[in-house]
Design a protein around this ligand. Structure first.
Ligand SMILES: [Zn+2]
Ligand SMILES: [Zn+2]
Ligand SMILES: [Zn+2]
Length: 476
């Protein structure tokens, strides 16, 4: 941990600062979780030890709850599961993910003490729990969890006061980090990483955090000078300032005073009208189109949950037709409609349409996001794949190169998704060369390749929203 130091960040409390200079893509630190659990909803589909998604998992014979890839994973996860296994058996049911996580943390601390590795910069005692900031509703759920925890916690484990238990629940509540599957495409669980808890928020941060082969990595997004505070974004920049502030206040209990909030940076773009030949639509027109988009997005969400994809395409297309002439390509609601439309079209294998809307989305994102934003990189990857699928190899290759450059910074060269991208980059480069020599040969080869689906990375649109947009997990 010689790269960082704890310091008093003005107005924010404790924070981390760089003790040397960093460049885009540098790993400032990496950290294993203190404890992590699989979401309740995915307990039978994700390995409880390595967090990989597998079709066939082996069940723990004792509690029937733990699921593992194989004996190796089961053995590797036993130290963390041993007490949980006995507790679940004795309790007669499985408590929710928050309770399971807190219990795992407490068993670990009871066994190893409050500092479990010499890399750990802080104890949990020193982290804030924000219990006094909670709203009544939240506090009610919180108390139910603690009540259930007390029933679940075995008598033969070390006993703690309610204050100690509440504190850990509070810490997990505002610091839980989303654990993703091995490719980083789906949120599958939640874990606690003590050093990461020290990294404060900025709406335009200088770092990002990514789970890479079981560890989180804090990666630099651009040049960072010695002494500069290290920050990550707890909420997506694609929200308006007012909305980001609301989310940060209700979920993380602070008022953001970052430069982007103070100056409402890019808020105008996020609700802008489209200028055509120097003519802008009127304010009323923009407002009307904005409201309409918002209304349609709600209906779309319902169709998406019902898996009614043809209806979803119909609604999106109608919305695009009405609002595209009025709204700018940076309008955040139009961007959401494009995103949904391209996802669903790709899923339904209408690749040309999928490619068109994915490209428009990347254009809008590029104007709004930091050039090394991970969501921009993922969008470029999607657009690249869509173009490739549509046979638009030149744009496709360009998009994949753009995505690769971003993910080299945000995910690093050994992350599985970067490796996938590298393979795609080489494949599309080869195809582009072929295309330039002989289009006919190119198209027949591509048709054959499409049948083998080597680039099938499109999952059902239903779960795509769980994508890793929300790095930090909030209890629902
Ligand atoms: Zn496993
Ligand atoms: Zn078990
Ligand atoms: Zn801010």
């Amino acid at each position: 941990m010689e790269n960082v130091a704890i310091f008093d960040s003005p107005g924010k409390g404790r924070g981390l600062k760089a003790t040397k200079e960093f460049w885009a893509g540098d790993v400032i630190f990496s950290e294993l979780s203190l404890a992590a659990v699989v979401f309740d909803s995915l307990a039978e589909r994700i390995c409880h030890s390595c967090f990989r998604r597998q079709d066939k998992l082996q069940r723990c014979g004792q509690c029937k709850f733990g699921h593992y890839c194989d004996r190796t994973c089961q053995r590797a996860g036993w130290a963390e599961h041993k007490q949980e296994c006995g507790a679940i058996k004795a309790y007669g049911k499985v408590p929710n993910e928050s309770i399971r996580l807190v219990a795992r943390i407490m068993w670990r601390l009871d066994k190893e003490g409050s500092v479990v590795s010499d890399m750990q910069l802080t104890t949990l005692d020193e982290l804030e729990d924000h219990i006094s900031d909670m709203q009544e509703d939240e506090l009610k759920d919180f108390k139910v969890d603690i009540h259930n925890f007390l029933d679940y916690w075995p008598r033969n484990s070390k006993q703690h006061t309610i204050d100690v238990i509440s504190h850990i629940f509070g810490v997990v509540n505002c610091n839980g980090f989303t654990v993703s599957d091995q490719r980083g495409l789906q949120a599958v669980g939640v874990g606690l990483f003590p050093n990461l808890c020290l990294v404060n928020h900025d709406c335009w941060p200088n770092c990002t955090v990514i789970l890479n082969h079981g560890k989180i990595e804090l990666r630099s997004l651009s040049k960072i000078s010695e002494g500069e505070e290290l920050t990550v974004a707890y909420v997506d920049f694609l929200n308006l300032t007012e909305e980001r502030q609301r989310l940060l206040k209700t979920q993380y209990f602070f008022d953001c005073t970052c430069e982007h909030c103070k100056n409402h940076v890019k808020d105008d773009l996020k609700l802008a009208g489209r200028e055509v030949d120097g003519v802008k639509p009127s304010e009323e027109q923009v407002k009307e189109a904005t409201d309409y988009c918002l209304q349609m997005l709600e209906k779309m969400e319902k169709a998406r949950l019902d898996a009614d994809y043809h209806e979803l395409v119909k609604m999106c297309s109608e919305c695009v037709e009405k609002t595209e002439p009025i709204l700018a390509d940076t309008h955040i609601y139009l961007l959401r409609v494009w995103s949904t439309l391209s996802e669903v079209q790709a899923y339904l294998q209408f690749f040309n349409d999928a490619a068109e809307y994915a490209r428009k989305m990347v254009d809008g994102y590029t104007k709004l996001y930091h050039p090394n934003n991970a969501a921009l990189g993922m969008a470029a990857m999607r657009a690249g794949v869509n173009h490739w699928q549509a046979g638009l190899i030149e744009v496709g290759h360009g998009m994949i190169c753009k995505a690769y450059a971003i993910l080299m910074v945000t995910h690093g060269p050994i992350h599985p998704i970067t490796k996938d991208l590298e393979a795609m980059r080489m494949q599309t480069e080869m195809e582009l060369r072929m295309f330039k020599q002989n289009e006919y040969v190119y198209h027949s080869m591509r048709d054959a390749a499409l049948k083998n689906k080597p680039m099938s990375m499109m999952h059902e649109p239903k779960c795509v929203e769980d994508e890793i947009k929300n790095l930090f997990h909030r209890r629902k």
